[in-house]
Design a protein around this ligand. Sequence first.
Ligand SMILES: C[C@@](CO)(OP(=O)(O)O)[C@H](O)COP(=O)(O)OP(=O)(O)OC[C@H]1O[C@@H](n2ccc(N)nc2=O)[C@H](O)[C@@H]1O
Ligand SMILES: Nc1ncnc2c1ncn2[C@@H]1O[C@H](COP(=O)(O)OP(=O)(O)O)[C@@H](O)[C@H]1O
Length: 287
Amino acid sequence: MTINKVSIKAPAKINLSLDALRKREDGFHEVAMVMTTVDLADRIELTLLEADEIKIESSGGFVPLDERNLAFQAALLLKKTFNITKGVYIHISKHIPVAAGLAGGSSDAAATLKGLNELWGLGLSLDELAELGAKIGSDVSFCVYGGTALATGRGEKIHHISSPPPCWVLLAKPPIGVSTGEVYRNLKLQGIKHPDVEGMVKAIEEKDYDKICSLLGNVLESVTLKMYPEVKHIKEQMMRLGADAVLMSGSGPTVFGLFQHESRLQRVYNGLRGFCHEVYAVRLLGE
Ligand SMILES: C[C@@](CO)(OP(=O)(O)O)[C@H](O)COP(=O)(O)OP(=O)(O)OC[C@H]1O[C@@H](n2ccc(N)nc2=O)[C@H](O)[C@@H]1O
Ligand SMILES: Nc1ncnc2c1ncn2[C@@H]1O[C@H](COP(=O)(O)OP(=O)(O)O)[C@@H](O)[C@H]1O
């Protein structure tokens, strides 16, 4: 039976730990990061087109609707690599804030790779899709697998780890978009405080919630918090209102807080909504 349509969830990620070790010859940074998915997701619908074309539309959120869209790039990459002459209509229901440090674009690209693998009957494994994904962006490989992982290299080498203990996550995004490239360009590695990435992996494997909270760390905060004081302000407010622990995700500007108790999450959510328009209460997906 030929499949004509597939619908795939594309979840956002947060970085529980993010370290940059050195700048490489190719301009990228060698990183070590712990990433995990949360249940805030875009939905990607792919419809088979007999004509040799890629069409893309999106509802909600402002994203480019041409070859700059990472989902479009994913389709084009598969077409070129495997000489596909069929086409696809991609529809993105956008729920993940854009340029927020939550890998929304990368997750859309990963979902498109997985969906087209079915729709175009390519028979590729997840490992093969993740390898292709790395050509689109450093975060795409992780998004192909989802779950929880230690990512090394420029972020494309994925080492699966067990899921953290279940907890609530509050995401708060100030009304600014951050360029990942600009943040990495302004990163000064000398004298910087490096997070304990190995300790974080261990704490997750041991399901030690308190240790996970105490080890949250992200070297990119040293850049983004200075560039955008509103991110620092949200971090301070979330902590003051009662989050168990707080960190900026990726290159920002989204700040996340962790919570074991739903009642406390609700209190902090209400407090933040007073001055931050975009706040989301979600759960860790983990697996
Ligand atoms: C910071 C992180 C953490 O998960 O996420 P976001 O904040 O984007 O969500 C990632 O490392 C971002 O991954 P991604 O958004 O895919 O970045 P890419 O498109 O590959 O790279 C954008 C630019 O960031 C810089 N870059 C990216 C990754 C890396 N390891 N070193 C870098 O120096 C490069 O200048 C590159 O041109
Ligand atoms: N499908 C997409 N969804 C979101 N952003 C996209 C998409 N395709 C391309 N982009 C572009 O990618 C850049 C990074 O967006 P995004 O992936 O949301 O953030 P981040 O890299 O901070 O996690 C933005 O400049 C955005 O315009």
